[in-house]
Design a protein around this ligand. Structure first.
Ligand SMILES: *[C@@H]1O[C@H](CO)[C@@H](O)[C@H](O)[C@H]1NC(C)=O
Ligand SMILES: *[C@@H]1O[C@H](CO)[C@@H](O)[C@H](O)[C@H]1NC(C)=O
Length: 233
């Protein structure tokens, strides 16, 4: 079929814009072996999520991170610390749809309820005893699945999965420090800590909104909004 040149150009442009917008909306299937991220667009070659380093200039260090043997600093109100290893730490993870964290806990340390908007998490316990869980989403059509809490007590060697987007937590219920490592199905999983987002947003959510949402007195909301919500990430 013959297509006039103008229409063909427009179609190509629309396809290109569509491809670009799709590539930045999720972790796309890579279109080449790798696409090491660079900040400086003038030294970049291809666009696929982020600008990519010229493959001829890529070195082993673009795929390398050192120091995950070092415990995170757990001297904080939560008694836990997440140490991320994602595309920020390893630019070679760009477009590859995977990343890693180390999580340290003191006894009774908590990684508080949070979600990863872009990733499923698979957690491995190296040391300690963790009580972990997630809550299923609202499910008006199936009452049995509506906000169901699914929990497990984990020991060294145990592995547990937190499905993408669901609220989950990990709590050290043992007498010793705990250490866990998690793989996440995104180069940039994102974190939304529930209490921080709801009660510690900047600027604050109108207390009338939260009073209605939580069905409590305004002074309780005022109290919660006045707290310092520590971010352990
Ligand atoms: C990009 O810039 C950020 C912020 O300045 C920096 O932390 C990061 O290491 C840079 N990444 C690369 C690949 O240069
Ligand atoms: C750990 O964090 C606390 C609180 O911010 C700080 O006082 C302490 O110096 C840190 N420890 C190390 C080893 O960095």
């Amino acid at each position: 079929m013959m297509v006039n040149k103008g229409a063909h150009c427009l179609l190509t442009y629309v396809a290109f814009v569509l491809a670009l917008s799709l590539a930045s909306a999720s972790d796309p299937s890579p279109l080449q072996d790798f696409c090491v991220a660079v900040n400086d667009s003038t030294s970049a070659l291809f666009v696929n999520g982020k600008f990519c380093r010229d493959p001829n200039l890529v070195t082993a260090n673009d795929f390398f991170f050192q120091g995950l043997n070092i415990p995170g600093n757990t001297s904080n109100p939560l008694g836990s610390k997440v140490t991320p290893v994602n595309v920020v730490q390893i630019p070679g993870l760009n477009t590859l749809g995977i990343s890693l964290v180390r999580i340290d806990f003191v006894p009774y340390g908590l990684n508080p309820p949070h979600t990863h908007p872009r990733a499923t998490e698979i957690l491995f316990v190296l040391e300690g005893t963790l009580y972990v869980g997630f809550v299923t989403s609202n499910n008006p059509d199936n009452k049995a699945l509506n906000n169901r809490l699914i929990t497990k007590k984990l020991n060294p060697g145990d592995v547990f999965v937190f499905p993408e987007g669901l609220i989950h937590f990990q709590f050290n219920v043992g007498q010793t420090n705990a250490v866990a490592f998690s793989g996440l199905s995104s180069q940039n999983p994102g974190v939304i800590t529930i209490a921080n987002a709801v009660f510690g947003s900047n600027p604050a959510i109108d207390p009338d909104v939260l009073t209605k949402a939580f069905q409590v007195e305004t002074n309780i909301i005022n109290y919660l909004q006045a707290q310092f919500w520590y971010d352990n990430n």
